[in-house]
Design a protein around this ligand. Structure first.
Ligand SMILES: Cc1cc2nc3c(=O)[nH]c(=O)nc-3n(C[C@H](O)[C@H](O)[C@H](O)COP(=O)(O)OP(=O)(O)OC[C@H]3O[C@@H](n4cnc5c(N)ncnc54)[C@H](O)[C@@H]3O)c2cc1C
Length: 429
């Protein structure tokens, strides 16, 4: 592997040392606070649930409240596997029971507004929570007005995005099951930046895996507005090997940019004309989750600027934004990155509440993608603070080598399963 450390060592480090070391909190028990500080966390996904758990773990004296309207959280990681029939929705569903048992107060409601001056969060029921520090991790929202004819109603009925896992994943899965042999599936990723850069390409791979086994005369066309995409060489090689002639990628010069959709004709309009699909998966351009806008935490980019040491908003004091919604420099918008940021924000908040400066963070990310059942690939990185913000430490991570042999690819697929089991236990366990 072209990495300085092996994938196994990297994962071991994540599970044992790096996560803790990056928090700058090792070396002795934490003194109890004179007063019980209140930290409220909004959003129980990868970022928020990690932050809530580590706040309580690192300082059991804190009052930690997690606000999340869903009783159970379906992970986007491995939701592409559901499309291929390799996982079920229950197998990728997490609950908040273990976090409640750790002494975190779970509030099963949506937050509707934040008053950064009075330090108050208002919930949908009208109930108000006050905080000393607030963490906001609302994930993404979609820019519905960018593709003519595409809207939330259409996503929920005929052209799912399946980029927030759950009913959307089930709808796309059902459409694939119902499609005739010889059908065409269109996968239409957005422009950068967006959640999980390799996600659409893993999706195309696993849809092809399902089609090859069940509807071999069918094909997948990826209509992409980008010149290049994550792990492109590795995906392209895997497609040629596992699904020859079945996956076609069209970049912007080949009519990859989707301008409009026509749901009655089941087709999309591009620069080069209309393209028909039996199943159409539109993944719209994205922005920070709606609450970030309501709370005035976003800038003109549509994402939330933060101080990279503590993830404290540069717009509102005492509010920290983590996960996909924040601008985290070179880090991709991934579940692993969100979790890593949640831990760093938790540690920084504990220090800030004690009147100390946050320690310089060390942040990590690994993204596995499955191309076929025993064919995995990955990209990994360790990040630090540079004068430009959060930057990848050169040579810290790496990519599956392009000439990886079958054993390595099989191992990567195995590591992907291990990664998932470990991270969900680490966050929701
Ligand atoms: C198909 C696909 C595959 C992926 N695969 C991987 C992978 O293999 N590895 C990886 O690391 N990442 C992967 N990702 C990316 C990963 O899912 C996201 O980066 C991650 O979920 C971001 O975490 P988050 O906490 O920012 O947001 P989320 O996990 O989306 O959590 C946001 C939470 O906030 C809640 N919320 C929103 N608004 C409010 C409100 N007003 N009040 C209260 N709660 C609110 C939501 O209900 C939600 O539970 C994948 C994504 C997709 C779409």
């Amino acid at each position: 592997m072209s990495m300085n450390i092996s994938r196994r060592d990297f994962n071991k480090m994540f599970l044992t040392g790096v996560a803790g070391a990056s928090l700058g909190l090792f070396g002795g028990a934490l003194p109890a606070f004179a007063a019980r500080h209140r930290v409220v966390v909004i959003g129980g996904g990868f970022g928020g649930a990690s932050a809530a758990k580590y706040l309580k773990k690192l300082d059991p004296t804190l009052s930690v409240t997690l606000v999340e309207p869903k009783a159970a959280y379906v992970t986007c990681p491995f939701s592409n596997w559901v499309l291929a029939g390799l996982k079920t929705i229950p197998e990728i569903t997490q609950t908040y029971t273990a976090l409640a048992n750790r002494g975190i107060t779970i509030v099963p409601e949506a937050a509707v507004s934040i008053d950064p001056v009075k330090s108050l969060v208002t919930l949908k029921s009208g109930k108000v929570l006050n905080y000393d520090r607030l963490i906001v991790s609302p994930g993404i929202d979609f820019k519905w007005d960018t593709i003519e004819g595409y809207n939330q109603g259409l996503a929920e009925s005929r052209m799912p995005h399946a980029y927030q896992a759950g009913p959307q994943t089930e709808l796309l899965h059902r459409q694939l099951l119902d499609m005739k042999d010889g059908g065409t599936v269109l996968v239409c990723p957005p422009a950068n930046p967006f959640r999980c850069p390799p996600g659409p390409y893993e999706r195309a791979s696993l849809i092809a895996h399902y089609l090859k086994e069940n509807k071999p005369k069918s094909k997948v066309i990826i209509l992409d507005p980008k010149e290049k995409f994550s792990k492109q060489g590795l995906f392209t090689k895997g497609w040629a090997r596992l699904y020859p002639g079945m996956i076609e990628w069209r970049g912007p010069a080949a009519g990859g940019k989707v301008l409009a959709v026509d749901s009655s004709a089941m087709s999309v309009k591009t620069d080069l004309g209309m393209v028909k699909g039996d199943v159409i998966n539109i993944i719209p351009p994205q922005k920070a989750g709606q609450l970030a806008f309501i709370a005035g935490l976003t800038d003109q980019s549509g994402w939330c600027p933060v101080n990279p040491t503590s993830f404290e908003s540069t717009i509102h004091k005492n509010i920290h934004v983590i996960g996909d919604a924040c601008k985290a420099g070179a880090m991709p918008k991934s579940g692993f990155a969100a979790s890593s940021q949640g831990k760093v924000a938790a540690a920084a908040i504990i220090r800030l509440l004690r009147g100390q400066e946050p320690a310089p963070p060390s942040l990590v990310n690994t993204c596995y993608s499955l191309i076929g059942q025993g064919y995995g690939i990955s990209v990994a990185g360790v990040y630090h603070l540079s004068p430009e913000g959060i930057a990848e430490i050169p040579g810290s991570g790496g990519l599956t080598p392009i000439d990886a042999n079958d054993d390595q690819l099989e191992q990567e697929a195995m590591f992907a399963r291990g990664w998932y089991n470990n991270i969900v236990r680490d966050i929701w366990g």
